[in-house]
Structure formats: C-alpha cells, structure tokens
Design a protein around this ligand. Structure first.
Ligand code: HCB
Length: 221
C-alpha cells in the first residue's frame, strides 16, 4: 500500500476537501488499491483525527461537516467498487440497519451497510434518528434476521437499549439478532443492554453478522 497516498487521503479529510478526496479515491482504484484499505487506512484515520481535534477545541462544527462532506465524496467513488465484490453472491441474510434516535451520524452505518451488501446480505437502511419502535416495525415487515444499530454519541448510545426493548415488546427478540456499534460503544455495553454482539468496524461487522446468521440457523434446525 502506498503510504503517501494513504496520508494524502487522511489529509483530504482533515482539510475537508471533497475534490481531493474523490480524486485520490479514483487514483487508488486505478492503481489497484483495495477500496477497504483506502477507507480503513486512509480516510477513516482522517476522521478519527478530526474527532480528536474537535474534542480538543482545535476544530469546530463547520470543519467537521466539511470533513464529513469529503468522506462522502470518497465513498461515492469507493462504494460501487465495494459493492462489486458481492454482486454474484447469494443472499446471506436480511439486515435492518439504522442510527439511533437523536443521532444523525451516518458515515459508519453506511459503510457497514455497503460491506454487508458486498458480502451478500440484503440490507435495508432506515437512515438516522430512528426510534426503537421503527426498528421493530421494519424488522417485522421485512422479516429481518439481524438488526444493526449505530450510535456515535454517549447520550444516544442509551437508545440502543431502547431498540432491544422495542424488539422484546414486539415479541421479535427470539427471531432477530441485534448487533451494535459506533465510536463510544463497547463489547461490555453490548452485553449490558442484551444485544447479541458488538463490532468495532465494518469488516468485523460482516464477520459478526455471518456468525449471528450461523447461530440463528443452528437454533432453527
Ligand atoms: Co459528530 N461527534 N457531532 N458529527 N462527529 C463525534 C462522534 C465526537 C466523538 C467528536 C468528539 O467530540 N471527539 C462527538 C461525540 C462525543 C460523545 O458523545 N462522546 C461528536 C459530537 C459532540 C457531535 C455534535 C453533538 C456536535 C455539536 O453539534 N455540537 C453533533 C451531534 C449531532 C447529532 O447526532 N444529534 C455532531 C455532528 C456531526 C456532523 C453532522 C458534523 C458529522 C456527521 C456527518 C454524517 O454522518 N453525515 C460528525 C462527524 C463526522 C463526527 C466524527 C468526526 C466522525 C464520525 C465518523 O463518521 N467516523 C466523530 C469523531 C469520531 O467518531 N472519532 C464526531 C468514521 C466512521 C467510519 O466510523 O465509528 O462512525 P464510525 O463507524 C464505524 C464503527 O463504529 C462501526 O463500523 C463503522 C465503520 O467502520 N459501526 C458499527 C458503526 N455503527 C455500527 C453498527 C453496527 O451494527 C456495527 C458496527
């Protein structure tokens, strides 16, 4: 992997420069770089730096929005490449995905959805600011195998518990596996709220979803 390219990708996010981010993504694909490496070792590193600078008061909300815009521009190039990986695969399972109520962070969730799709899952993305009851209603309607819940704020990660409760109240809990993720979320938190698993990134979310599907099939058979 070209370290110069990866650090230019990281910098394009810090600078909030969508055109540069997009051009670098196109160049990386042309040179044969794996899209997931560009995301994880380039752009996402930039996002983490932005978060740290914001926390230290060295960056402000408009800067963070510009960084998110640059990330979206890179993803617009890389997303179709990631999806190509899974076009020939049979359906692995149905996933309903969303960001919890009160939370509008979507980049990580979209990435999780893209990689799950690339690995043959049928993904229904409910978007952001999604109440627990909507997760439950959509899980019922779409006959979901897995519900994936994202939360990026310490205040909204509590609403992941609300999703677990909504699925319980709807009588769906025994049929639907729940996986949680997002920057403040931990394995311990997942256990505490009664979710079935935690994934730290999109690659591990795919592995977790595959594992949950196996567990589900074993319970049914
Ligand atoms: Co936002 N923000 N933000 N933000 N934001 C964070 C999250 C902070 C940590 C920044 C900081 O202070 N260090 C912080 C939260 C602090 C806290 O609660 N402890 C924060 C804050 C405070 C806020 C506002 C409150 C700021 C304000 O208004 N004063 C506000 C909240 C608005 C709201 O939601 N109600 C806000 C707004 C924004 C935007 C709009 C400017 C923008 C989001 C744009 C968008 O998504 N369309 C934004 C951004 C970009 C960030 C940072 C910089 C990056 C988030 C990101 O996209 N990361 C973030 C800093 C950080 O996270 N380090 C900062 C990259 C993705 C790829 O990682 O962790 O989201 P990810 O997802 C991973 C992983 O977690 C896992 O897989 C993904 C892919 O690898 N995963 C799952 C995620 N979901 C999963 C679900 C599963 O089932 C399984 C795995």
């Amino acid at each position: 992997m070209a370290n110069d390219t990866l650090s230019a990708m990281r910098q394009s996010i810090i600078d909030g420069a969508p055109d540069t981010a997009s051009t670098l993504a196109q160049q990386a694909i042309a040179c044969g770089m794996a899209p997931i490496d560009a995301i994880n070792h380039g752009y996402v590193v930039g996002m983490h730096d932005v978060g740290e600078q914001f926390a230290r008061g060295q960056m402000f909300l408009p800067d963070m929005m510009a960084s998110a815009e640059a990330m979206r521009a890179a993803m617009a190039v890389l997303d179709p490449e990631l999806r190509k990986l899974g076009t020939e695969r049979p359906k692995s399972g149905v996933v309903v995905l969303g960001t919890t109520k009160g939370d509008i962070h979507e980049i990580g969730k979209v990435l999780v959805g893209t990689l799950l799709t690339a690995h043959g899952f049928q993904v229904h993305d409910l978007g952001v600011d999604v109440p627990g009851e909507k997760f439950a209603a959509q899980a019922r309607e779409l006959k979901a195998d897995i519900v994936g819940v994202s939360a990026l704020l310490t205040t909204t990660m509590r609403n992941q518990k609300g999703v677990v409760e909504a699925l319980e109240n709807a009588g769906l809990r025994s049929r639907v596996k729940i996986m949680v993720g997002g920057a403040p979320v931990t394995r311990r938190w997942a256990e505490e709220i009664g979710a079935d698993g935690y994934a730290k990134d999109a690659v591990s979310a795919v592995a977790l979803a595959q594992q949950l599907m196996q567990q589900k099939l074993q319970t049914v058979s």
